[in-house]
Design a protein around this ligand. Sequence first.
Ligand code: 13P
Length: 251
Amino acid sequence: MRTPVIAGNWKMYKNIAEAVDFVEKIKPIADKAAHCEVVIAPPFTALAAATKAAKGSKVKVAAQDVHWDKEGAHTGDISPGMLLDAGCTHVIIGHSERRHDHGETDEQVNRKLKAALAAGLAAIVCVGETLAEREAGQTREVLERQIRDGLAGLTPPEFSRIMIAYEPVWAIGTGRTATPEMAAESHRQIRDLARNEFGEAEAAGVRILYGGSVKPENIGGLMAQEEIDGALVGGASLKVDSFAALINFPR
Ligand code: 13P
Protein backbone atom coordinates (compact mmCIF):
# COMPACT_ATOMS: atom_id res chain seq x y z
CA MET A 1 0.00 0.00 0.00
CA ARG A 2 1.63 3.22 -1.17
CA THR A 3 0.29 6.31 0.61
CA PRO A 4 -0.30 9.04 -1.98
CA VAL A 5 1.79 12.21 -1.77
CA ILE A 6 0.65 15.65 -2.87
CA ALA A 7 3.66 17.93 -3.10
CA GLY A 8 3.77 21.60 -4.06
CA ASN A 9 6.95 22.94 -5.63
CA TRP A 10 6.73 26.71 -5.24
CA LYS A 11 9.84 27.35 -7.36
CA MET A 12 10.84 31.05 -7.13
CA TYR A 13 7.54 32.28 -5.72
CA LYS A 14 6.40 33.65 -2.34
CA ASN A 15 8.15 35.76 0.25
CA ILE A 16 8.27 34.82 3.93
CA ALA A 17 4.95 36.39 4.90
CA GLU A 18 3.17 34.79 1.95
CA ALA A 19 4.64 31.39 2.77
CA VAL A 20 3.55 31.59 6.42
CA ASP A 21 0.07 32.75 5.45
CA PHE A 22 -0.24 29.81 3.03
CA VAL A 23 0.91 27.29 5.64
CA GLU A 24 -1.53 28.63 8.24
CA LYS A 25 -4.39 28.25 5.78
CA ILE A 26 -3.44 24.83 4.40
CA LYS A 27 -2.68 23.22 7.80
CA PRO A 28 -6.28 22.42 8.81
CA ILE A 29 -6.97 21.06 5.32
CA ALA A 30 -3.87 18.87 5.32
CA ASP A 31 -4.55 17.67 8.85
CA LYS A 32 -7.96 16.37 7.77
CA ALA A 33 -6.50 14.54 4.77
CA ALA A 34 -5.82 11.11 6.26
CA HIS A 35 -5.53 9.61 2.76
CA CYS A 36 -2.30 11.36 1.72
CA GLU A 37 0.96 13.00 2.73
CA VAL A 38 1.35 16.71 2.07
CA VAL A 39 4.66 18.37 1.21
CA ILE A 40 5.41 21.95 0.23
CA ALA A 41 8.70 23.23 -1.17
CA PRO A 42 9.13 26.96 -0.55
CA PRO A 43 12.19 28.90 -1.72
CA PHE A 44 15.21 28.80 0.62
CA THR A 45 14.46 32.18 2.19
CA ALA A 46 11.05 31.03 3.46
CA LEU A 47 12.01 27.54 4.66
CA ALA A 48 12.62 28.30 8.33
CA ALA A 49 9.45 30.37 8.68
CA ALA A 50 7.41 27.75 6.81
CA THR A 51 8.65 24.87 8.98
CA LYS A 52 7.94 26.89 12.12
CA ALA A 53 4.40 27.61 10.91
CA ALA A 54 3.91 23.96 9.91
CA LYS A 55 5.13 22.52 13.22
CA GLY A 56 2.75 19.99 14.74
CA SER A 57 0.75 19.65 11.52
CA LYS A 58 0.81 17.13 8.70
CA VAL A 59 2.49 19.62 6.36
CA LYS A 60 6.07 18.58 5.61
CA VAL A 61 8.55 21.05 4.20
CA ALA A 62 11.02 20.35 1.41
CA ALA A 63 13.85 22.40 -0.01
CA GLN A 64 14.16 22.68 -3.79
CA ASP A 65 17.86 21.82 -3.99
CA VAL A 66 20.86 20.92 -1.84
CA HIS A 67 24.64 20.79 -2.11
CA TRP A 68 26.54 17.55 -1.40
CA ASP A 69 29.14 19.04 0.92
CA LYS A 70 28.61 19.60 4.63
CA GLU A 71 30.10 23.08 4.34
CA GLY A 72 32.69 24.85 2.25
CA ALA A 73 33.45 27.57 -0.26
CA HIS A 74 30.34 27.13 -2.42
CA THR A 75 28.83 30.55 -2.90
CA GLY A 76 25.06 30.44 -3.17
CA ASP A 77 24.74 26.80 -2.13
CA ILE A 78 23.00 25.25 0.89
CA SER A 79 24.10 22.08 2.70
CA PRO A 80 21.95 19.17 3.94
CA GLY A 81 22.70 20.19 7.55
CA MET A 82 21.47 23.72 6.87
CA LEU A 83 18.20 22.31 5.55
CA LEU A 84 17.76 20.22 8.70
CA ASP A 85 18.57 23.30 10.76
CA ALA A 86 15.77 25.13 8.94
CA GLY A 87 13.41 22.28 9.86
CA CYS A 88 13.14 20.58 6.48
CA THR A 89 12.37 16.87 6.27
CA HIS A 90 12.49 16.57 2.48
CA VAL A 91 14.44 17.89 -0.47
CA ILE A 92 13.72 17.94 -4.20
CA ILE A 93 16.75 16.86 -6.23
CA GLY A 94 17.38 17.00 -9.97
CA HIS A 95 14.40 19.09 -11.00
CA SER A 96 14.51 19.72 -14.75
CA GLU A 97 14.80 23.47 -14.16
CA ARG A 98 18.01 22.84 -12.18
CA ARG A 99 19.25 20.50 -14.90
CA HIS A 100 18.51 23.04 -17.64
CA ASP A 101 19.16 26.39 -15.93
CA HIS A 102 22.24 25.21 -14.01
CA GLY A 103 23.56 22.34 -16.12
CA GLU A 104 23.02 19.82 -13.33
CA THR A 105 24.13 16.33 -14.35
CA ASP A 106 23.00 12.87 -13.23
CA GLU A 107 26.33 12.53 -11.40
CA GLN A 108 25.63 15.72 -9.43
CA VAL A 109 22.10 14.52 -8.73
CA ASN A 110 23.65 11.33 -7.35
CA ARG A 111 26.07 13.21 -5.08
CA LYS A 112 23.30 15.46 -3.79
CA LEU A 113 21.03 12.49 -3.20
CA LYS A 114 23.60 10.52 -1.23
CA ALA A 115 24.46 13.54 0.92
CA ALA A 116 20.80 14.32 1.58
CA LEU A 117 20.01 10.71 2.57
CA ALA A 118 23.12 10.49 4.76
CA ALA A 119 21.93 13.60 6.61
CA GLY A 120 18.51 12.02 7.20
CA LEU A 121 16.48 13.94 4.65
CA ALA A 122 13.90 12.21 2.45
CA ALA A 123 14.43 12.97 -1.22
CA ILE A 124 12.14 13.56 -4.18
CA VAL A 125 14.26 12.79 -7.23
CA CYS A 126 13.00 14.22 -10.52
CA VAL A 127 13.37 12.55 -13.89
CA GLY A 128 11.78 13.15 -17.28
CA GLU A 129 12.39 13.54 -20.96
CA THR A 130 12.31 16.68 -23.13
CA LEU A 131 9.94 17.03 -26.07
CA ALA A 132 12.77 16.38 -28.54
CA GLU A 133 13.72 13.21 -26.67
CA ARG A 134 10.10 11.98 -26.63
CA GLU A 135 9.65 12.72 -30.32
CA ALA A 136 12.88 10.87 -31.09
CA GLY A 137 11.54 7.82 -29.24
CA GLN A 138 14.17 8.15 -26.51
CA THR A 139 11.93 8.42 -23.45
CA ARG A 140 12.79 5.00 -22.05
CA GLU A 141 16.50 5.49 -22.68
CA VAL A 142 16.50 8.87 -20.93
CA LEU A 143 14.61 7.53 -17.91
CA GLU A 144 16.95 4.57 -17.78
CA ARG A 145 20.02 6.81 -17.72
CA GLN A 146 18.57 9.22 -15.16
CA ILE A 147 17.55 6.37 -12.85
CA ARG A 148 20.74 4.33 -13.28
CA ASP A 149 23.16 7.24 -12.90
CA GLY A 150 21.10 9.43 -10.57
CA LEU A 151 20.44 6.61 -8.12
CA ALA A 152 23.78 4.81 -8.59
CA GLY A 153 25.17 3.12 -5.50
CA LEU A 154 22.09 3.54 -3.31
CA THR A 155 21.47 0.62 -0.97
CA PRO A 156 17.93 -0.81 -0.93
CA PRO A 157 17.24 0.80 2.50
CA GLU A 158 18.42 4.16 1.10
CA PHE A 159 16.27 3.66 -1.96
CA SER A 160 13.26 3.10 0.28
CA ARG A 161 13.68 6.70 1.56
CA ILE A 162 13.25 8.34 -1.79
CA MET A 163 10.31 9.22 -3.99
CA ILE A 164 10.67 9.60 -7.72
CA ALA A 165 8.89 12.38 -9.60
CA TYR A 166 8.28 11.73 -13.28
CA GLU A 167 8.09 15.17 -14.84
CA PRO A 168 8.12 15.20 -18.63
CA VAL A 169 9.82 18.51 -19.41
CA TRP A 170 7.34 19.32 -22.18
CA ALA A 171 4.48 19.21 -19.67
CA ILE A 172 5.99 21.58 -17.11
CA GLY A 173 4.33 24.99 -17.01
CA THR A 174 2.96 24.49 -20.51
CA GLY A 175 -0.60 23.53 -19.71
CA ARG A 176 0.11 20.38 -21.68
CA THR A 177 -0.31 17.41 -19.34
CA ALA A 178 0.72 13.90 -20.21
CA THR A 179 -2.43 11.82 -20.51
CA PRO A 180 -2.94 9.56 -17.49
CA GLU A 181 -2.09 6.60 -19.73
CA MET A 182 1.16 8.18 -20.99
CA ALA A 183 2.22 9.05 -17.45
CA ALA A 184 1.33 5.57 -16.20
CA GLU A 185 3.42 3.99 -18.96
CA SER A 186 6.49 5.96 -17.91
CA HIS A 187 5.79 5.20 -14.25
CA ARG A 188 5.69 1.48 -15.10
CA GLN A 189 9.03 1.81 -16.89
CA ILE A 190 10.52 3.59 -13.87
CA ARG A 191 9.22 0.89 -11.52
CA ASP A 192 10.67 -1.81 -13.79
CA LEU A 193 14.04 -0.06 -13.74
CA ALA A 194 13.85 0.22 -9.96
CA ARG A 195 13.03 -3.51 -9.72
CA ASN A 196 16.15 -4.37 -11.70
CA GLU A 197 18.37 -2.07 -9.64
CA PHE A 198 16.96 -2.44 -6.12
CA GLY A 199 14.71 -5.49 -5.94
CA GLU A 200 11.06 -6.44 -5.98
CA ALA A 201 9.92 -5.17 -2.57
CA GLU A 202 11.70 -1.82 -2.91
CA ALA A 203 10.29 -1.24 -6.40
CA ALA A 204 6.78 -2.14 -5.23
CA GLY A 205 7.05 0.33 -2.35
CA VAL A 206 8.55 3.39 -4.01
CA ARG A 207 6.16 6.28 -4.56
CA ILE A 208 6.30 7.65 -8.10
CA LEU A 209 4.72 11.09 -8.42
CA TYR A 210 3.66 12.69 -11.68
CA GLY A 211 4.49 16.33 -12.35
CA GLY A 212 3.66 18.64 -15.24
CA SER A 213 0.60 20.92 -15.41
CA VAL A 214 -1.29 19.03 -12.71
CA LYS A 215 -4.45 20.94 -11.74
CA PRO A 216 -7.60 20.26 -9.75
CA GLU A 217 -9.35 19.48 -13.06
CA ASN A 218 -6.98 16.73 -14.14
CA ILE A 219 -5.68 15.21 -10.92
CA GLY A 220 -8.57 12.77 -10.61
CA GLY A 221 -7.73 11.06 -13.89
CA LEU A 222 -4.06 10.89 -13.03
CA MET A 223 -4.57 9.53 -9.52
CA ALA A 224 -7.00 6.92 -10.83
CA GLN A 225 -4.00 5.23 -12.46
CA GLU A 226 -2.70 2.44 -10.28
CA GLU A 227 0.88 3.42 -11.13
CA ILE A 228 0.57 7.09 -10.13
CA ASP A 229 1.21 7.57 -6.43
CA GLY A 230 0.91 11.31 -6.17
CA ALA A 231 1.69 14.63 -7.79
CA LEU A 232 4.48 17.19 -7.75
CA VAL A 233 2.70 20.40 -8.61
CA GLY A 234 4.10 23.78 -9.62
CA GLY A 235 1.67 26.53 -10.62
CA ALA A 236 -1.48 25.01 -9.08
CA SER A 237 0.25 24.61 -5.70
CA LEU A 238 0.60 28.37 -5.20
CA LYS A 239 -3.02 29.14 -4.32
CA VAL A 240 -4.55 27.70 -1.17
CA ASP A 241 -7.84 26.83 -2.89
CA SER A 242 -6.29 24.90 -5.73
CA PHE A 243 -3.72 23.15 -3.52
CA ALA A 244 -6.56 22.20 -1.15
CA ALA A 245 -8.48 20.74 -4.10
CA LEU A 246 -5.38 18.78 -5.12
CA ILE A 247 -4.97 17.41 -1.59
CA ASN A 248 -8.62 16.35 -1.67
CA PHE A 249 -8.32 14.79 -5.13
CA PRO A 250 -11.38 12.77 -6.24
CA ARG A 251 -11.18 9.20 -5.00
P1 13P B 1 3.68 22.95 -13.24
O1 13P B 1 2.70 22.22 -12.36
O2 13P B 1 3.62 24.44 -13.09
O3 13P B 1 3.62 22.47 -14.66
O4 13P B 1 5.15 22.54 -12.69
C1 13P B 1 5.46 21.21 -12.52
C2 13P B 1 6.75 21.11 -11.80
O5 13P B 1 7.80 21.41 -12.35
C3 13P B 1 6.73 20.66 -10.40
O6 13P B 1 8.01 20.40 -9.94
